[in-house]
Design a protein around this ligand. Structure first.
Ligand SMILES: NC(=O)C1=CN([C@@H]2O[C@H](COP(=O)(O)OP(=O)(O)OC[C@H]3O[C@@H](n4cnc5c(N)ncnc54)[C@H](OP(=O)(O)O)[C@@H]3O)[C@@H](O)[C@H]2O)C=CC1
Ligand SMILES: O=C(O)C1=NCCCC1
Length: 189
């Protein structure tokens, strides 16, 4: 019944996870969470462990969806890095468990999921709150979140222009991070 967990790492997550699936799914579970029905979504406040020596934190973020039989937790560490540090500022892993037995069914790379989930939630809030006549998307920074926000916002909305501010003059490439070609008139569903 409980063989070893499958490992689903970043390339597979990138291939499988689409904003067109993620956004409606998040809209649904955010609605369920707001109803405070524990059988739909039970998500306690995350626990933070300070990693003082390393200027970081580890967050533990469990969630249980009883009706759907989904039990998972994300572990994410994030750090204040020195300027120019080659180390990542954030690293995440997700565990998917079988709630009936308690065994770990899958270990998933959480970096891509974190990049996409965070941006998707911003886009959902923009869908509800953004002024309908907004034409310019402005992004501060060129890190992972900047990129994922660019991707989902240009997929979901029709901006006439995208402006990106970075400490580095060399946008669209910063350090070893590559950016898509910015398409100011990217259009959208
Ligand atoms: N709430 C949530 O769910 C999540 C929150 N986060 C948070 O989002 C933030 C970005 O994460 P992520 O994109 O993964 O990190 P990255 O390390 O990939 O990127 C760091 C970003 O911060 C900007 N930056 C760094 N130093 C400065 C500075 N001194 N002044 C202005 N901008 C600066 C960089 O801009 P530049 O292009 O100029 O270098 C870059 O855009 C972090 O604070 C992280 O903790 C991340 C994931 C999930
Ligand atoms: O995944 C999250 O949620 C994070 N929150 C704060 C900073 C790092 C990731």
């Amino acid at each position: 019944m409980s063989g070893p967990p499958v490992v689903i790492w970043a390339p597979a997550v990138k291939r499988l996870l689409r904003y067109s699936d993620l956004v409606p799914c998040l809209e649904e579970v955010l609605g369920q969470f707001s109803h405070r029905d524990n059988a739909e979504v039970l998500q306690p406040v995350r626990t933070a462990v300070p990693l003082r020596k390393h200027h970081g934190f580890m967050l533990s973020m469990p969630a249980y969806m009883e009706n759907r039989g989904v039990l998972s937790t994300k572990l994410v560490c994030f750090y204040r890095r020195e300027e120019g540090s080659p180390l990542p500022s954030t690293q995440a892993t997700l565990l998917l468990l079988d709630p009936r037995v308690g065994n770990v069914k899958a270990v998933m790379d959480g970096d891509v999921i974190t990049h996409m989930r965070t941006a998707a939630v911003s886009a959902i809030s923009a869908k509800l709150l953004m002024r309908p006549e907004a034409q310019v998307l402005t992004i501060f920074g060129t890190g992972h979140q900047a990129r994922s926000h660019y991707e989902v916002f240009t997929e979901m909305f029709a901006f006439k222009e995208v402006r990106v501010w970075s400490r580095s003059a060399g946008v669209p490439a910063v350090g070893n991070r590559s950016w898509p070609t910015l398409k100011p008139t990217s259009s959208i569903k």
